[in-house]
Design a protein. Structure first.
Length: 359
């Protein structure tokens, strides 16, 4: 039996518009609306008790249950704990179309009890925290462990600050991305540690102005742009700055992946002040992602791998890079296909053709 136990302190949970939508499933859903438990939603009354009562029912119901926080109201909720264990096998709390939502975990944690889900690849595994169409979001001081799938997903949001987050799932847990970002703008992720079984941060189509600063990633698959252009689609990512981050025991460091047959672009992407410790593919651009031309690196001596398809990747700048093997004395190399740009002070050195095009 799957269990989802949530233990979360929410302080100053204030929003002009809060709502929850339930997932459509075949099962009949039991819904619990905080209004029915005495919440006023007037922005003045303390609605904490009503939230806790509604949660108790949500948690105590067998099967799938959904906690409803209706829109067009302001709820004041302080220091509540949404505790398990629950009888429900699936609980939905959806945050959608919310402005100025702030979740301060105050050091609390959410455990997704993912291990029972990881074995089941065909199960619709849930993401722990999903934000959709939110403006001015802040999430801080919370630990999220063992998610069945991604830990945090940000979709179609603008202006979000995610800070002092600790994500922790085993390095071999499947598809457990740390933070997934889609179609979002001005997202700042700072001062956090991410240990997981997939990308620490994955930045996908329609995203721009994404900064990740002081992130310790590993184990995990690094910080990735894409994949973009799957199934022939047009997808773009622009203005991504990853700064002062460390990768330790990860499969990748800085990665951009695009699928053959797609179109679009990844531009103005920078990785700066990056520290690598035992990283298998520190710098990798793979324009053949998911195809047989994708380079699955079996020998970890290619520290830099820029596998671009014709006409190529342009305006690349490699500067002040020093990557050595974790095995003392073992040489490392750079492999480039169709890479154009500038290389200075880079070890291992890469042979680029200097060639700029105006895009
Ligand atoms: C969020 O709150 C700030 C300050 O209270 C306000 O200026 C801003 O307009 C709000 N944002 C939205 C999208 O409502
Ligand atoms: C995002 O990163 C870029 C490059 O480091 C920096 O110029 C910009 O000020 C950052 N934005 C914020 C809001 O921190
Ligand atoms: C980088 O981050 C570390 C903490 O993760 C901090 O101690 C250090 O001062 C930062 N370096 C720069 C140049 O900001
Ligand atoms: C590194 O490679 C570039 C491009 O091929 C070349 O211009 C440069 O001289 C090389 N640097 C060193 C130190 O070998």
């Amino acid at each position: 039996m799957q269990r989802l136990i949530i233990f979360l302190f929410i302080l100053g949970f204030i929003s002009p518009c809060l709502c929850a939508r339930c997932v459509k499933t075949e099962e009949k859903e039991n819904t619990y609306n905080v209004i029915d438990y005495g919440a006023h939603g007037d922005g003045k009354s303390d609605d904490s008790k009503a939230f806790v009562s509604a949660w108790k029912e949500t948690c105590g119901t067998k099967g799938t249950s959904t906690l409803i926080i209706p829109e067009n109201r302001v709820f004041l909720v302080k220091g509540i704990a949404l505790n398990g264990p629950c009888s429900a096998t699936k609980i939905n709390i959806r945050v959608q179309h919310v402005n100025n939502l702030s979740i301060d975990g105050s050091g609390g944690s959410i455990d997704g009890y993912g291990s029972s889900w990881w074995k089941c690849e065909s199960c619709g595994r849930p993401t722990i925290l999903r934000f959709k169409s939110c403006k001015d979001l802040s999430v801080s001081h919370v630990s999220i462990t063992n998610s069945p799938k991604a830990h945090i997903r940000i979709n179609n949001c603008e202006n979000a600050r995610i800070s002092h987050i600790n994500i922790d799932s085993p390095g071999d847990s499947p598809n457990t991305d740390g933070i997934d970002i889609y179609s979002s703008k001005n997202i700042f992720i700072e001062d956090s540690t991410i240990q997981c079984g997939d990308d620490c941060i994955a930045i996908s189509d329609g995203s721009s102005y994404i900064n990740a600063t002081r992130i310790a990633c590993g184990p995990g698959h690094g910080i990735s742009i894409g994949s973009l252009g799957r199934d022939g689609s047009y997808e773009t990512v622009t203005e991504v700055n990853v700064k002062n981050c460390s990768f330790s025991h990860t499969t990748n460091g800085a990665r951009i992946k695009t699928a053959p047959g797609g179109s679009g672009y990844a531009k103005h992407i920078s990785f700066e002040d990056i520290k690598l410790t035992q990283v298998e593919n520190p710098i990798i651009i793979d324009q053949y992602y998911g195809s047989k031309h994708s380079k699955v690196l079996l020998t970890f001596d290619e520290a830099i791998n820029l596998n671009c398809c014709p006409p190529g990747c342009f305006n690349l700048v490699l500067d002040n890079i020093d990557i050595v093997s974790s095995k003392p004395g073992k040489p490392v190399s750079c492999s480039c296909n169709n890479a154009h740009g500038k290389v200075t002070s880079t070890h291992p050195n890469c042979s680029f053709s200097y060639n700029q095009i105006i895009m």
